[in-house]
Design a protein around this ligand. Structure first.
Ligand SMILES: Cc1cc2nc3c(=O)[nH]c(=O)nc-3n(C[C@H](O)[C@H](O)[C@H](O)COP(=O)(O)OP(=O)(O)OC[C@H]3O[C@@H](n4cnc5c(N)ncnc54)[C@H](O)[C@@H]3O)c2cc1C
Length: 464
């Protein structure tokens, strides 16, 4: 009999909870979700209709062996849904909630033991057998296996932001807090130009129609845009992927990709990038630490913009804001954010290296996923690191882990019964933060844990 605790109430936690509920075994299943509505997490908690999925409806789902598909579900709420649409994230949040509730009801009928805890897990302490999980309501659960599904970390302020600016109330570290601010700023500066920055600009432009908007990032590059309809696959994708798998250097890989795109002008370049998705993890795992560092330093910005593209409707709206002169995008490095409000933002332009100072009533940091666990204030992760049960990935891409998601401890061994899923595994898997990868990982991990506890030889979770 094996008891399991999943820690984290986002979509990854929901996917694993549902996958494990569907498997029979003797032990109990605990889902520790934190106080927010279970299943929505950061991405799908938004209620704003213009916060769109960046994956077509047909590509979204919670389980590999799903009970219902997302398009069917969305069609019941809106008549005009097409499988190729980029729907509001809110609708996917509704779907996730409906799916895990359905599996929970079915499990109740089968008297399968499980419990939902809408509190935080503060500590995980190893015992002679298994772990004690200490909860924020003072209870302790004893389990054999713990899975961390805590998503990305809460953002830390950039080093260039002064303590005075942080305390001023004019600096916002959490872009999703924008709707709680009632006073319209005259000028708002968003630091970052990725997908979260796009959502922030869309929200701000609607919330405050007269506010001047500025976005600043080192390259000033907004995400590329998905085609309105799915493009044809690249016919030579298999050969390209084989070449990439055989290559050891990132520069050579980038040349190979560019060459493929240039020599197939009839093919949409985005198909080539999308066609690499099944091999991205293998390619990443084949890179040495030095090559990974090189990739992060020189190519990450362009890869992220090309790989994590924005929905056409969001891009159109951003373009409209730029055409109307309401939004300016700067390619510049932020050297300092200071003042008591309004804030002074000092930047160095990428092209001219000229220094300039911009003033803003509100500055929002939207710099993307934070996975630097070595510096986190997340109580549980900080404790796991301090107690040597987990160690940070050397490039601060989450925690060090085996390919099956089992954490590597400070002695360099796989820590028995302690796993992670989702963004914390970026260092190990790279491609692991979106739903298609998360649901596959949840399926594999559930099968592995069920096999392990039923005494059967466990198949490797790396092989979905
Ligand atoms: C704005 C945004 C949009 C996105 N859009 C898409 C998309 O369109 N398609 C797609 O496939 N992917 C998208 N993604 C990727 C997204 O990361 C995944 O789809 C998925 O939502 C990740 O879920 P998660 O559970 O890993 O993390 P999270 O959503 O971060 O959830 C983790 C949860 O764990 C809780 N938690 C943390 N610590 C504890 C603790 N100690 N105890 C209890 N609970 C804890 C947190 O409060 C949080 O609720 C998007 C991501 C973001 C940020």
């Amino acid at each position: 009999m094996t008891d399991i605790a999943i820690i984290g109430g986002g979509a990854a936690g929901a996917a694993l909870f549902g996958a494990l509920l569907n498997r029979e075994h003797g032990g109990s299943l605990h889902w520790i979700t934190g106080p927010a509505t279970p299943g929505r997490g950061v991405a799908y908690a938004t209620q704003e209709e213009h916060h769109l999925l960046n994956v077509r409806a047909v590509g979204m789902g919670l389980y590999v062996d799903q009970d219902e598909d997302f398009v069917q579900h969305a069609t019941r709420q809106r008549a005009d849904v097409r499988a190729t649409d980029f729907l509001p994230r809110r609708l996917f949040g509704d779907f996730v909630e409906a799916q895990w509730r359905k599996r929970m009801t079915a499990a109740e009928k089968r008297a399968r033991p499980f419990a939902l805890h809408t509190v935080e897990a503060l500590r995980v302490e190893p015992q002679i057998h298994g772990y004690d999980v200490l909860l924020s309501d003072q209870r302790t659960l004893h389990v054999d296996t713990v899975i961390l599904a805590v998503g990305a970390l809460s953002p830390r302020p950039l080093r260039t932001v002064s303590a005075q600016a942080l305390a001023s109330g004019a600096f916002e570290l959490n872009p999703w807090n924008l709707p709680r601010r009632s006073r319209a700023p005259r000028r708002l500066i968003v630091i970052g130009t990725g997908l979260t920055a796009v959502d922030t600009l869309l929200s701000a432009s609607r919330q405050w129609p007269d506010t001047e908007l500025v976005a600043v990032s080192r390259h000033g590059l907004l995400p590329f845009v998905h085609p309105e309809l799915p493009a044809q696959p690249y016919p030579q994708q298999d050969q390209l992927n084989a070449q990439l798998l055989a290559s050891a250097a990132t520069a050579g890989m980038l040349r190979t990709i560019r060459h493929a795109i240039r020599h197939a002008p009839q093919v949409d370049w985005r198909s080539v990038i999308d066609g690499m998705r099944p091999i991205n993890t293998t390619v990443w795992q084949g890179l040495s630490l030095a090559r990974r560092r090189q990739f992060l330093r020189h190519a990450r910005w362009i890869w992220e913009a090309a790989r994590h593209r924005t929905a056409p409707a969001s891009a159109e709206f951003i373009q409209q804001l730029r055409d109307e002169g309401r939004l300016q995008v700067h390619a510049a490095r932020v050297l300092g954010v200071d003042g008591q409000g309004p804030l002074d933002v000092t930047v160095r332009a990428r092209a001219s290296q000229a220094l300039s100072r911009l003033q803003a009533d509100l500055v929002v940091q939207a710099t993307g996923l934070d996975t630097a666990v070595a510096f986190t204030e997340h109580a549980l992760l900080a404790q796991l690191i301090e107690d040597g049960l987990a160690v940070a990935d050397p490039l601060q891409l989450g925690v060090a882990a085996q390919p099956d998601g089992r954490l590597i401890n400070a002695r360099g061994d796989a820590q028995p019964g302690l796993y992670a899923i989702g963004s914390l595994l970026r260092g190990n898997l790279w491609e692991c933060t979106a739903m298609p990868e998360i649901r596959a990982a949840a399926h594999t991990l559930a099968a592995h844990l069920a096999a392990e506890r039923n005494g059967a030889p466990a198949s490797s979770p790396a092989t979905v």
